[in-house]
Design a protein around this ligand. Structure first.
Ligand SMILES: [Zn+2]
Length: 208
């Protein structure tokens, strides 16, 4: 598995470029900004992007999706419970002091237990409402790797005070779905350093 993690934009969202070393097929997760840099990474590894996956409809995760779609022709995937939030990108831009990316079109809904493929790579979609209603995590069972969006961070969890947020729901998502994964699972949060499920199970104050 080729996996490059690139912090993008002013909020340094972790954008993942994940590719199959043999077929060169790839998916890009959370292309929030700095699309020129994302495209340079794709070119460096000679990848063909098949899927653009958005973990949730916050501007720092979705802001560059249309530019990347224009460059690659790949469809944009998002859980439909975040479609309303996606209509609020202009307002989100004001909150963050960022330029609005304009309208983002979604090509495909993704939901619990869907699988997303690129070459031989397979990711299971885990619907984890709480940070937003439509938040999803992507789990690669063979590689034991979780792309967590803003649901889980090293030592913390996603904020739930923005529209669509729910503390009760994020705790339920984490306890029932995320912590069901093996301890050795490497977690790539939406921002900040990597961690593991075991580390968070042991020391994350929100998961005690
Ligand atoms: Zn977010």
């Amino acid at each position: 598995m080729i996996h490059e993690i690139l912090p993008v934009g002013p909020l340094q969202c972790n954008c993942s470029v994940i590719g199959d070393e043999t077929t060169r097929e790839a998916m890009v997760i959370d292309p929030g900004d700095d699309i020129e840099d994302v495209i340079a990474l794709i070119a460096k590894h000679k990848l063909k992007v098949k899927q653009i996956v958005i973990t949730h409809a916050h501007i720092d995760h979705v802001g560059g999706a249309m530019k990347l779609r224009a460059a690659t022709g790949a469809p944009i995937l998002l859980n439909q419970n975040d479609y309303d939030l996606l209509k609020m990108l202009d307002m989100q831009a004001v909150w963050c002091g960022m330029a609005s990316p304009g309208k983002v079109e979604i090509d495909q809904n993704v939901k619990q237990a869907d699988t997303i493929k690129a070459g031989s790579l397979v990711a299971d979609v885990i619907h984890t409402p709480g940070h937003t209603e439509g938040s999803v995590c992507l789990y690669f069972p063979l590689e034991k790797k979780l792309i967590a969006g803003d649901t889980l961070f090293a030592g913390s969890i996603g904020r739930t005070d923005l529209p669509g947020g729910s503390f009760d729901k994020i705790i339920t998502s984490l306890q029932e779905k995320v912590l069901a994964l093996p301890d050795e699972t490497v977690v790539v949060p939406g921002h900040g350093p990597l961690t593991t499920i075991g580390e968070e199970r042991e020391s994350n104050p929100f998961l005690r």
